[in-house]
Design a protein around this ligand. Structure first.
Ligand code: PLP
Length: 485
């Protein structure tokens, strides 16, 4: 049975008619507005109407206008086990039914929180020693930034190291510290200059746009390592706290994996100068790229690592910093504390959701499925879109794939941002007859120009789902560019 036929089983179709405030649904005896302008909620899109979602199950979202949408992105690569999972709902309810509404994690221990941390440490092949739980990826990055600073303060309080090196074409979150770290001009522009003026950027690792003709992986990597080394020298190697990178770049570039050997080369430069190597796996981690942690692909463990989206799969707001013994021991041998903490962190209900999601991923061997279906997704996307004149690059790993669109495939010239190409692809994709999500992004060419979309379905997709996703993606792309001319 095709995914759309399966979806129809879950949801009765209803007639719709246009309405000034969206679509009016005639659903038996009732009529309701199905697309809503957000009148009270301050969203990034201040004057926009959104389709109203009324339910979800597995890969599907059910809308008030009667449509069923195939969720091929799980938001921004969040829903790793799909929607409406009964086991997770039960685990969350069980915690709520204990009567514990809230526990300040700075004062109380709780079994489910302890179990989650144990489970997470177990997944790191002994490379990480402690877990710091937060409520979002941005908060995890803030905590990692402070932890890294504190490491060098503990060692030398009078002249601690002060500089961070991050990368262009990166996104680490929207809070001021995390955004200050990000090399994402479009998201940074309204908030310049940043409060943190100790973040410096080197180039991303983006072979599609940076690799010279015929350049091998090893010489490309050597070039990147030399650039990082030069930045250390420019700042003074003894002033650099850490280098921060996403092993597979998500929102900023659209699923760009590090070239083989890159992570090791960058880590070596950091360690040569006594600096920390930090990986942001908020989007690419927790199984998304076909290994539990993206760094396990080449076994290059960081000193600090953040995880988020796939940790709780969207069932609760939960993220974490994974901390190596190098960092933990420095703190233990110093002040013995991390002066940080937020009200909503390490809550039993967050931990219960994350723990159950992780147990499902482990029991159902879903990371292995990600690897297998990911290879198939690559094959299906290449078969349908590699020759398309406006698809410049198809790249990714696991179930994390990006399509970059270009005006000219030979020169790789991006489209005029005014054309909002990625948004057009998204709009077409979520509309009838396609009814499938894609995650749009801009800035993949030079920080201000460039369009891409991300596909990041749930880890338990089938071969049939993959064929469906690739076919719809292809049909959408063909339609959008046919219309653009
Ligand atoms: N880091 C990366 C790599 C991300 O992709 C994101 C979010 O997209 C964040 C950090 C911030 O996470 P959050 O939106 O949960 O604050």
């Amino acid at each position: 049975m095709s995914p759309s036929a399966l979806a129809d089983l879950h949801h009765d179709k209803a007639a719709v008619e246009p309405h000034s405030n969206g679509l009016r649904l005639s659903n038996g005896h009732t009529s309701v507005v199905a697309s809503k302008q957000t009148e009270y909620l301050l969203d990034r899109n201040l004057h926009k109407s959104f389709p109203v979602v009324t339910g979800g199950s597995g890969n599907y979202l059910y809308l008030l206008d009667g449509r069923t949408v195939f969720d091929a992105t799980g938001g921004a690569a969040v829903s790793c086990i799909g929607h409406g999972n009964k086991r997770v709902i039960k685990a969350v309810s069980t915690v709520m039914n204990t009567g514990i509404s809230y526990l300040a994690s700075t004062f109380w221990a709780c079994e489910v929180v302890e179990e989650l941390c144990k489970n997470l440490i177990h997944g790191t092949d002994g490379k990480m020693a402690r877990i710091y739980l937060t409520g979002s990826g941005s908060e995890a990055m803030e905590a990692a930034i402070k932890l890294a600073r504190q490491v060098f303060y503990e060692c030398n309080p009078s002249t601690p190291r002060i500089n961070f090196i991050a990368r262009e074409g990166s996104y680490h979150g929207n809070t001021i510290g995390a955004l200050g770290m990000s090399g994402f001009p479009l998201r940074r522009a309204p908030y310049e200059p940043f409060l943190m003026n100790n973040v410096h950027h080197v180039s991303s690792c983006n072979p599609y746009r940076q690799r010279a003709d015929g350049e091998s992986d090893s010489s490309f990597v050597a070039r990147k390592a030399a650039e990082l080394e030069a930045k250390f020298q420019e700042l003074g190697p003894e002033t650099v706290i850490a280098f921060v990178a996403e092993p597979v770049v998500g929102a900023a570039l659209g699923c760009v994996p590090a070239v083989p050997g890159y992570l090791k080369a960058m880590k070596d430069v950091c360690h040569k100068h006594g600096a920390l190597f930090i990986l942001d796996e908020v989007m690419s981690g927790m199984g998304r790229c076909g290994t539990l942690h993206a760094w396990q692909h080449e076994d290059v463990a960081p000193d600090l690592q953040t995880v988020g989206k796939g940790l709780g799969g969207g069932y609760q707001p939960v993220a974490a910093v994974l901390i190596s013994s190098r960092v933990v021991n420095t703190l233990l041998n110093g002040s013995g504390q991390f002066v940080h903490g937020q009200t909503y962190q390490g809550m039993p209900v967050q931990a219960a959701a994350a723990l159950e999601v992780q147990r499902i991923v482990q029991e159902e061997d879903l990371v292995d499925n990600v690897k297998r279906q990911g290879l198939y997704l690559e094959q299906c996307l290449r078969a349908r879109l590699a020759d398309h004149p406006n698809v410049g690059d198809i790249r990714g790993r696991g179930l994390f794939w990006g399509l970059e669109f270009v005006k000219d495939k030979t020169t790789k010239e991006p489209f005029d941002p005014k054309l909002a190409v990625a948004q057009r692809v998204y709009n077409t994709s979520v509309s009838t007859p396609f009814n499938m999500t894609m995650y749009p992004g801009t800035g993949s060419a030079d920080g201000l120009k460039g369009d891409h979309v991300i596909l990041a379905p749930a880890y338990n997709v089938t071969k049939e789902d993959i064929e469906y996703i690739a076919q719809v993606a292809s049909d959408v792309v063909h339609q959008v560019f046919r219309k653009l001319g």
